[in-house]
Design a protein around this ligand. Sequence first.
Ligand code: TMP
Ligand code: MG
Length: 211
Amino acid sequence: NGGGKGGRGALIVLEGLDRSGKSSQCARLLSFLEGKGCATEGWRFPDRDTSVGKMISAYLANESQLDDRTIHLLFSANRWEKRSLMESKLLGGTTLVVDRYSYSGVAFSAAKGLDIGWCKAPEVGLLAPDLVIYLDVQPEKAAERGGYGGERYERVEFQKRVAEHYHSLRDLTWKVVDGSLPMETVEEQLRELAMNCISECQDKHLTNLTW
Ligand code: TMP
Ligand code: MG
């Protein structure tokens, strides 16, 4: 915890469309924080290593078919199965930089036409992030970056609908960063947001998502 004594770690979430640069920025932020001597771990959802995560991964690779609500609940279950570890890491002073969280869960499922309220319900009670950074990139621009891996959801028309739902989920606590800026500029903004968050959350209790 950056040399602080006994403070808890921060729960920092990065959100954005596929190819918005989240994963690269998470890695850069992680090594920056580690360099500062801050106890930090990089997490991501879906966590494809668990048995639930393997089902999700097969679905995304189009190797299995699942009903829309079923896969939604699996994504949520994948967060629930990590909740207690997440809590103990944070209370133990480790900051978590998390690539996607409940907002992905809601935005992607709602983009299929599922009711937003229904999508939010299973997320209630998961840990609330201290900071949500949304990497804002136009769907067309993200698609132009190439490297859509051919997974389910990696189509520009679908990503446009996801972007609209992300937009409706934004609240005052979100920090929107222009993801089309040069990588180093984005990186610099994330560093500042993360450092402020880590020092501010030391005296704040962990809370649950309410929605
Ligand atoms: P990834 O590319 O970050 O590994 O995520 C895989 C896909 O899963 C991505 O298109 C976003 C989607 N997704 C959901 O639909 N619901 C969720 O809860 C999460 C975490 C991701
Ligand atoms: Mg992806």
